[in-house]
Design a protein around this ligand. Structure first.
Ligand SMILES: Nc1nc2c(ncn2[C@@H]2O[C@H](COP(=O)(O)OP(=O)(O)O)[C@@H](O)[C@H]2O)c(=O)[nH]1
Ligand SMILES: [Mg+2]
Length: 442
């Protein structure tokens, strides 16, 4: 009996243990499934564990909604500087804000939200400068659609003290109404790039005036949250505009390969332009590109960026009429002994028809609907920029960040500055100062 009991009892105990274990596993599975369902994350538990053991902190950011694509590219450079400063004292990663709902992206019927950076830029190239992850990777890695702390950047309610500019940052009451509202659970809900399930645990305002890295001490010492999102990130300035750090980040912003390939094919087919003939040397690894100014010849065409829409609505005196622009294009073609002209423009249908009548020889990149759906307005704009960047001579529009980014691309490619820093003048503009040449610091 004793033997029997002695024999049966441990067996029953093991069975019970097994049952308890199975129950626990089942309960855990259920719990993790519902957590996963609630958070729509949990793509890889491994990376979660890895992230936790690394004590990683996440910097997220967003920009004022009306700002366009090319100003946003500039804000990325400022955030990259801040991230580099933060990383001197901690394992910070920059989370790339998904693209979408931009005012200028007006193509109808195509879905243009939650677009990852990888659709426009080469992520490996960005990563050669600073650690970056896409927002969806953040969701998976950080355990769900939660951002610990939002800091909305704003100016100082009292303006500059004694009319004197000084760099400073303070936690302050919000001046404007927050673009976030609290839900039933007390979480903050907002735009979050179209990710409706994202919520923030806390949202406060930060009065800040100065350069991006000025925020670092506050983020390092005062704020303990793991993930911090800076909203209205355009409020801070460059650490050092056009310095080495600026250019390192700018050079790392390599366009996605598929966009460059499409643009290169277009150049070859319609503009008789190839890298070999044009001496536009390129390397997939941006850290190896160091072209001498004047070494690039460019394709046998004039590149034009003619910014319209909101640039003409205000009747700005530095933006030409279509007639004025066409006159300038003709005179440049004569002077440069070029026969082809490539035009990038955001002109509306009516203006475009007028332009075609006045400049029938112009070449434009006009995607089919299928191509547009695939590339999106952002991809098409990049293709336009890439083609303009490879022209023998470029002329852009006054104070357009779209044109500025073309200048930078040409600077990287190694064009003679005389062929790059040119802009149209307004019909009645006096002075007409030409764009500044910003040299790369390697
Ligand atoms: N495809 C294409 N889009 C353009 C062109 N010019 C302007 N756009 C669109 O209009 C937006 C202009 O906004 P932004 O990038 O802020 O440049 P900015 O306003 O000229 O400084 C671009 O991002 C494009 O979406 C162009 O020549 N070609
Ligand atoms: Mg703009």
């Amino acid at each position: 009996m004793a033997i029997k009991r002695g024999f049966v009892f441990p067996f029953q105990r093991t069975l019970r243990r097994y049952l308890v274990l199975i129950c626990i596993i089942f309960a855990l599975k259920l719990a993790s499934a519902s957590v996963e369902e609630a958070f729509r994350a949990g793509q890889s538990t491994l990376s979660q564990v890895a992230a936790a053991s690394r004590d990683v902190r996440y910097l997220l950011y967003d920009v004022n909604p009306p700002e366009g694509f090319n100003l946003r590219r500039d804000v990325y450079i400022r955030m990259a500087s801040l991230l580099k400063t933060l990383r001197k004292e901690g394992d910070w990663v920059l989370v790339l804000p998904p693209w979408g709902r931009l005012y200028h992206w007006q193509s109808p019927d195509i879905h243009q939200v939650r677009i990852p950076w990888g659709e426009f830029f080469s992520i490996t190239s960005l990563q050669a400068n600073i650690p970056v992850i896409e927002y969806e990777e953040f969701l998976a890695e950080s355990g769900g659609p939660f951002i610990d702390q939002i800091l909305v950047l704003q100016s100082y309610a009292e303006g500059w003290t004694d009319g004197k500019w000084e760099e400073k940052v303070h936690e302050r009451p919000c001046i404007e109404q927050l673009m976030y509202s609290r839900d039933k659970q007390g979480y903050y809900r907002g735009w979050f790039w179209g990710y409706e399930e994202t919520r923030a645990l806390n949202a406060t305002c930060l009065s800040a005036q100065g350069h991006a890295s000025m925020l670092a001490p506050m983020l390092q010492n005062k704020i303990t949250a793991t993930s911090v999102m800076l909203d209205r990130a355009e409020a801070v300035l460059h650490d050092h505009y056009a310095g080495k750090d600026y250019w390192d980040t700018r050079r790392s912003m390599v366009f996605a390969k598929h966009l460059r390939i499409i643009a290169d094919e277009f150049r070859a087919t319609f503009l008789n332009s190839t890298d070999k003939e044009d001496q536009t040397l390129y390397n997939e690894d941006w850290t190896r590109i160091k072209n001498k100014l004047g070494s690039s010849r460019g394709g046998p065409y004039l590149g034009v960026h003619l910014r319209r829409k909101d640039f003409i609505w205000g009747h700005r005196e530095d933006v030409p009429s279509l007639k004025g622009a066409v006159k300038k294009i003709h005179s440049l073609l004569m002077k440069l002994k070029l026969e082809m002209v490539f035009v990038a423009t955001d002109a509306d249908g009516e203006e475009l028809a007028k332009l075609k009548r006045m400049l029938p020889e112009m070449v434009r990149y006009e995607p089919s609907w299928e191509d547009l759906e695939l590339l999106k307005d952002g991809g098409v704009a990049i293709i336009d920029q890439w083609i303009c960047a490879h022209a023998r001579y470029f002329i852009g529009t006054s104070v357009s960040t779209f044109s500025f980014r073309i200048h930078e691309e040409r600077e990287i490619l190694g064009f003679d500055p005389k062929t790059t820093y040119n802009r149209f003048c307004g019909d009645d503009e006096s002075g007409c100062e030409q764009p500044t040449h910003w040299k790369i610091v390697y």
